[in-house]
Ligand binder design. Structure first.
Ligand code: DX5
Ligand code: ZN
Length: 216
């Protein structure tokens, strides 16, 4: 069964508590929190105080996706605020600094992930694969919800599964961007185990049914 992580980027920010409780009540597995700095991506979303405020609202794991430059500056604060999973982009700093981020996230008792933008090849993740618990493959250009799913990322998911089977078989693969009731199928077939869905979840006429479709 796949894990679904609805992204609150498409939630009603004036009613975040309500929308997070709704995610939990509809049977979803994790809550995906998109953090954007206006530099790494051309958009600004939410940050540490919001993660901290959301932590007591749900017992679901908080899957925090940092789309920020030099994320090492903030990993401690995000873990302390309540992140259970913390994802950094490998394009966001020098390789040694990204490796240090993963180690520090682990030392703080949090799960660590690296993410790849669409133009970054699977092989670029090789130096990090033994040191992370999840690899996040972006299936849209990061920055905005509601974009079209890039089916041409599926060979990258398959390649990463193969690389991970050799190096770190327990490591999960997550996909993020344009995932809906149709595109989730090819993601799972390609080897993704965690599926982020923002607009498709919040637009679904029956959210509990949508959650079941993605998990199946
Ligand atoms: C995009 C974010 C996604 C976004 C996905 O940069 O990382 O998590 O919320 O939204 P949808 O599912 O609408 O493509
Ligand atoms: Zn995301």
């Amino acid at each position: 069964m796949a894990i679904i992580a609805p992204s609150i980027l498409s939630a009603d920010f004036a009613n975040l508590e309500r929308d997070i409780r709704d995610i939990e009540n509809n049977g979803a597995d994790w809550v995906h929190v998109d953090v954007m700095d206006g530099n790494f991506v051309p958009n600004i979303s939410i940050g540490i105080p919001v993660v901290k405020a959301l932590r007591p609202v749900t017992s679901l794991p908080l899957d925090v996706h940092l789309m920020i430059d030099r994320p090492g500056r903030y990993v401690e604060e995000f873990v302390k605020a309540g992140a259970d999973w913390l994802t950094v982009h490998l394009e966001a700093d020098q390789p040694q600094n990204i490796l240090d981020c993963l180690d520090r996230i682990h030392a703080l008792g949090c799960k660590a992930a690296v993410s790849l933008k669409p133009k970054t090849p699977a092989e670029a993740a090789i130096p990090y694969l033994a040191n992370c618990d999840m690899v996040l493959v972006m299936t849209v250009e990061p920055g905005f919800g509601g974009q079209k799913f890039m089916a041409d990322m599926m060979p990258k998911v398959k390649k990463l599964r193969q690389l991970l089977d050799e190096r770190n078989p327990a490591c999960l693969i997550e996909v993020d961007g344009g995932v809906d009731g149709e595109t989730c199928r090819v993601c799972k077939q390609s080897g993704a185990q965690v599926l982020v869905a923002g607009s498709a979840y919040f637009k679904a006429p029956d959210r509990a049914a949508f959650v079941k479709t993605v998990q199946a």
